[in-house]
Write a protein that binds this ligand. Structure first.
Ligand code: UD1
Length: 416
């Protein structure tokens, strides 16, 4: 099932339930390591990133069982902290285990696929923050090793509100002696979900949801049951999919209060949106209006939905300017969209001008990463004729079953 075939050009109609959040599940599953008891994490999505995290936890000695109600993790038997390459599957997914594991074991060894890790920008903030809390690092060709003779609280200033670094500091902070005061923390709802989970386990964190967090360390943590919130990025993908195709949909359990910037953009595109505790109702315009979009840390517009807006605006009324300020390589779908007849001008690594066309035409395209892949599915729904999308395992890293969900909204989508 590596490909998706879409017969496009139909307005969406109907309702779909939004899965649990990927970006909340992963650090919460990592946090179960700190508890040393059994925890039950409910509403985890059945996606490959969660499967990878489960196999990593197992490789560390946790007993992990998928139950009807959720994922039960018993971390009482964790003895060793070697993360093998097969289980790691890419540095970033294993990274949120670092802060948790170093709180549990004095030495953590991560096997990596080679290349320099220390000194590279993408994890410099993680390493320097953990360094301030008493962690030392060593790297050779094969391993990144972290050692600690006891974590201690520290005052940490993040130069940019990195989600992963904030999560790592929180995870290490609850196990450290003393208080950690984090300035410039990421405010993403998934960070708050991690804090709520840890509070429920007996941790004490002040300032949840703000850019200054105080993590009171050294408290005993207990196992608990926790329900992962709905995925605002999946909800946003389907909402924008509706804006692009036309029609009206109800997104059950969509977390509207965490989606304000996305809702504002959807309204600017001509969508009409009604929110309630049960979810979001969306009525699409005939054709999306052009927008100016700049991605930013929460509560700004999420980078994870930038590609989907770009795909929708290929049929916009006029020209849309899209500025990517978080991850510069997020314009890789442009080449694929152009095969479908889209007109996009890239000016520099982080800026695109999308000239809306009357219609996209279906063709064969290739997903090259998770969110760009989902955006291609949306483009396929908007296009006339048949679109064939390869590389769909990228999409399954974050979407349980994007084909099934859009079928529930009346689309003609098959996995092949
Ligand atoms: C998380 C999300 C991802 C989302 C991103 C931004 C998860 C599993 N993933 O990723 O879906 O797109 O937040 O909202 O939650 N950076 C550094 N040095 C560091 C750390 C980050 O330079 O030490 C840079 C990154 O290269 C990037 C920016 O900071 O340009 C944001 O990264 P970060 O917020 O850390 O993203 P992730 O936690 O990896």
């Amino acid at each position: 099932m590596d490909s998706i075939r879409i017969q496009g050009g139909m307005a969406l109609q109907g309702k779909v339930r939004i899965q649990g959040s990927k970006n909340a599940s992963l650090p919460i599953l990592a946090a179960t390591l700190l508890v040393g008891e059994s925890s039950l994490i409910k509403n985890c999505p059945r996606i490959t990133d969660v499967y990878s995290m489960v196999s990593l936890l197992k490789s560390l000695g946790c007993s992990v069982r998928w139950q009807e109600a959720g994922i039960a993790v018993d971390s009482s038997q964790v003895r060793q902290a070697l993360m093998p390459r097969d289980a790691v599957r890419g540095m970033r997914s294993s990274l949120c285990l670092l802060g948790a594991l170093i709180g549990r074991c004095a030495e953590v060894v991560m096997e990596h696929p080679g290349g320099c890790v220390i000194g590279e920008r993408p994890i410099d903030m993680h390493l320097s923050a953990l360094g301030r809390m008493g962690v030392e690092f060593e790297e050779d060709e094969k391993y990144l090793k972290a050692f600690s003779h006891g974590l201690h609280g520290a005052d940490i200033h993040l130069p940019f509100p990195s989600v992963g670094a904030t999560e790592n500091i929180i995870l290490a902070g609850v196990m450290a002696e003393g208080d950690t005061v984090l300035y410039g923390a990421a405010r993403e709802p998934e960070v708050s979900a991690l804090c709520r989970f840890l509070q429920q386990c007996g941790g004490w964190i002040e300032g949840i949801g703000s850019e200054r967090l105080v993590i009171h360390g050294g408290r005993r943590l207990y196992g608990t049951e926790f329900t992962v919130p709905a995925d605002r990025i999946v909800a946003g993908t389907y909402l924008l999919g509706c804006i692009g195709t036309g029609g009206s949909v109800f997104l059950e359990q969509a977390p509207g209060e965490e989606m304000q910037s996305v809702l504002e953009t959807a309204v600017q595109m001509g969508g009409r949106i009604y929110g309630s505790k049960e979810g979001l109702y969306i009525q699409a315009p005939d054709r999306p209006a052009a927008v100016e979009l700049v991605t930013a840390p929460y509560p700004g517009f999420p980078t994870d939905l930038q590609s989907v807006v770009l795909a929708v605006e290929t049929r916009g009324k006029g020209a849309s300017r899209i500025e990517e300020r978080i991850f510069e390589n997020r314009f890789r779908i442009v080449e694929e969209l152009e095969k479908m007849g889209a007109m996009v001008e890239l000016s520099g690594p982080g800026s695109a001008l999308v000239h809306g066309v009357e219609t996209l035409r279906g063709t064969r395209v290739e997903a090259r990463e998770l969110r760009g892949g989902a955006a291609l599915v949306v483009a396929g729904l908007m296009a006339e004729g048949e679109t064939f999308i390869g590389g769909c395992p990228y999409i399954y890293r974050g979407y349980e079953n994007i084909g099934r969900d859009f079928r529930e909204l009346g689309a003609r989508v098959t996995s092949v």
